[in-house]
Structures are given as C-alpha cells and as structure tokens.
Design a protein around this ligand. Structure first.
Ligand code: SAH
Length: 402
C-alpha cells in the first residue's frame, strides 16, 4: 500500500524544514489518497519535494504530527522503542533525577520534546503513568503499552488519558489501570522527601513533577521564614520549606482533600501539622484579601496556581488573575520577604509573566529584585525547534527598601 502525501501550500515548508513537528490544517493544500485517522503520511512542499513523515488526524487542527525527517526511516515499533529508550537514557544521567536514590518519580518521556508526539510517560517508582494525548498514539496504544512493559518492566501501568486536550483530537477521556498491579498506597521519594500519591485519582499524573527543582530551590531559601504556600495541593512546597528550616507553613487550597493529603505528607516527613503548619480551605483570592485586611505578614509567599489561560481568549482574564494574586502576595510580605511565583500557562510567555509581576509590584507599592528565574525541570526538556514545549515559568523575587 502506498502512503498518502500531504502537500503544503507554497511558503509553509520553512518551519517543517526547521523540524517543527506540527502541521496545521491551514498549511495544507491537498492530501493525496485517503489516509485513515492515525495512518502514517508523507509530507511534501508545494513542489512535491519530500520533507518528513508523521501521523495523520483530520479531526484535529494539528492534522499531522511529524515523527521523522529522515527519508525511508522505518516508523514502526522499533522506532518507538528507540525513541523511548533514548528518552529514558537521557534521564538516567540527569542531575536531580538519578543522583538520587533520593528521587523515584520523574517524567520519562515528554511527548514532542522527546520526539514522541502525543505520548507522555511518567515514572513513579515501580509504576508508570502514561498519557495518550493524540489519536496517532491512541491508535498505537497496545503496541506502546507492550513496549513500556518490555523496556521498563514496571509493576503496573496507569493510563491517565483524561486530559481535556484529547477532545481536540476527537478522543474520549479515560483513566484506568492499563496493565499489571494497581498502585495501592504508593509513596514516592523526591530529593529525599516522602510523598503519598494517588496515581488513578490524583490531579495531573498524581504529582506535579515539573516543580521538583523549584521546590528544592525555594526550600533552600526558607530558613527562619514564615511561609504562605498558596495553591498548595498536597503541600509539597511547604514540606520542602520546613525541611529547609522554615518556622511555619500556611497551606491554602480550595480542595479539602488536598489539604488532608498535605497533613499526611507533613507527618510522613516527621513534621507536626498542628504546631508547624496550618491548612486553610478556601479560594486563594479571598483568603489573601482577608490576610491583607487582618494585617498578616509572611516572609516567603509561594504562588503556584493552576493554568489560568487555556486558550488565547482566556489570556486577558488570566493576566488579571496573575496580577491580582501577585499584588496580594507582595502586600503580605514582611520587609526582606521573598515571593516565589509561577505560571504554568504556556500562553503566558516568560516576558509577559515578568511584566505582570512588575505591574503587580507597582500597584502593591513594593520594589522587588529577581533573584532567580525558574522553569520546568530537566525531565521536561524544551526542544529549540518546538518552543511550545515550554509552559512552566517562575520568578523568585525579594522585596527591597521600605
Ligand atoms: N504547588 C502544588 C501544585 C499546585 S496545583 C505542588 O507543588 O504540588 C494547583 C492547586 O490549586 C490545586 O490543588 C487546586 O485545588 C488549587 N486551586 C485551584 N484554584 C484555586 C483557588 N481559586 N483557590 C485555592 N486553590 C485553588
């Protein structure tokens, strides 16, 4: 059977030659043959010159995701095995991941950024959590699960294909044990600290792995400080802060369940949740306002909100939301206080984020210095040819003068 070819409009080939892995519907002039969703297709420029091979999904705005720029490369199981093994090998040598009998959870494969479009694999000790985010990997699910078993010999694989981006690919959401034993009562270790995780029910893939390095950095600045950990989820930043010598941590989250998890995590690491910490269930926007009205102060404020901007249409509202919490966070800081502030909205660029924090500092009447720029961990790499892989950014700021 001959493979179909997707022909691009004139002038649309440049990003593809530069190895950008996405072909949007608007770039396509015509498609030869009748490829089925998920099929491999060749991509050619307007003059018919071969450019790359990828998989096809006519239901998505991203009609082709490219797999190889090497003509004639076999893109069957051996290809996926090679790419998965390469991604895993890169992690094995990485500081902050392996150095470490101390860290048992990390992202093993980060989709496009590891040459594995649509496929995310996280390792949690002896378990794997996998996300099939596109139709191209969904149709190869069985083969990919077999490869994961063969390559990594896990005790179990949890499929958390319940991310909403699947809808844009015309796929339903799914969350289930895909292979092996269920991970009951699983505990992970990160930089020597212990965390319970619920791989089947927890947010994202059970734990925010992308913040590992930032938790370590922020924890390293926590000595002697009263900490406000807003959007605390299961309190990971707070545990790092206490391990770094913080005097007290206030966790704030809208989820009572997450706060209960935070209490358990504190105990697991030998901290006293009553004496060294408090958990406040509520909306961060309201709780921070109430703190401001009470004149409460902190020496380290951590703001790690969920994604505020999921689409361009939401960007203005998201910008206001980030500004609002940062303004409040800055106001709550005692002299010399630190603000560790994050955004995981890919649409908010590092440059825009810094401008938002600047605007917040002006309105708060607090002058501040950036003492560190923060980003996603090395197990969430950013391909130069695919800047879309960058989403997490943060600033560690210190307020100066009074
Ligand atoms: N910092 C955490 C991850 C935060 S995830 C870590 O390192 O593990 C974002 C958290 O914000 C979620 O737990 C969610 O329940 C909470 N959340 C979302 N909107 C909120 C709001 N308006 N007020 C309080 N918590 C909120």
């Amino acid at each position: 059977m001959t493979r179909s070819t997707v022909f691009l409009h004139p002038g649309k080939d440049k990003p593809i030659r530069q190895r950008h892995p996405w072909i949007f519907s608007g770039a396509i002039e015509r498609v030869s043959g009748h490829p089925a969703p998920g099929d491999l297709v060749d991509v050619a420029d307007a003059r018919g010159e071969w450019l790359a091979t990828g998989y096809f999904n006519p239901k998505s705005q991203i009609v082709v995701r490219l797999l190889t720029w090497q003509r004639g490369e076999d893109v069957a199981a051996t290809f996926w095995r090679k790419r998965l093994a390469a991604a895993a090998a890169a992690r094995a040598g990485q500081d902050g991941v392996r150095c470490i009998a101390q860290t048992t959870a990390y992202r093993l494969a980060y989709a496009e950024s590891d040459g594995l479009p649509g496929l995310i694999v996280d390792r949690y000790g002896d378990w794997l959590v996998v996300q099939f985010l596109t139709l191209g990997v969904e149709t190869r699910r069985k083969m990919l699960l077999e490869l994961l078993v063969e390559l990594f010999a896990p005790r179990g694989i949890v499929d958390r294909s319940d991310a909403s981006v699947r809808r844009q690919e015309g796929l339903p959401l799914r969350s289930e044990l895909a292979w092996g034993e269920p991970p009951a009562g699983l505990e992970l270790m990160e930089n020597g600290l212990r965390f319970g995780v619920d791989l089947l029910g927890g947010q994202k893939t059970g734990f925010y792995l992308d913040q590992r390095e930032n938790r370590r950095i922020v924890g390293g600045h926590a000595a002697g400080r009263r900490v406000l950990n807003a959007f605390s989820f299961t309190g990971a930043f707070g545990v790092y802060a206490l391990a770094g010598g913080a005097t007290h941590v206030t966790n704030v989250d809208s989820s009572v369940e997450a706060l209960q998890g935070a209490e358990a995590t504190l105990r697991l690491n030998g901290f006293d949740p009553d004496r060294q910490a408090e958990g406040i269930a509520g909306d961060v926007f309201q709780v921070l306002r109430a703190f401001r009205d009470e004149g409460r102060q902190f020496d380290l404020v951590i703001l790690d909100p969920p994604k505020f901007a999921r689409s361009k249409a939401e960007l203005d509202g998201a910008t206001r939301g980030y500004k609002d919490i940062n303004l409040l966070g800055l106001k709550l800081l005692a002299p010399g206080g630190l603000l560790a502030t994050f955004s995981c909205s890919g649409l908010v660029t590092p440059d825009l984020f810094q401008k938002i924090i600047f605007g917040a500092s002006v309105d708060a009447g607090r002058n501040a210095q950036i003492i560190a720029r923060l980003g996603q961990g090395a197990d969430h790499p950013i391909l130069l040819s695919f800047p879309e892989g960058e989403y997490l950014k943060g600033l560690l700021c210190r307020v100066v003068g009074e």
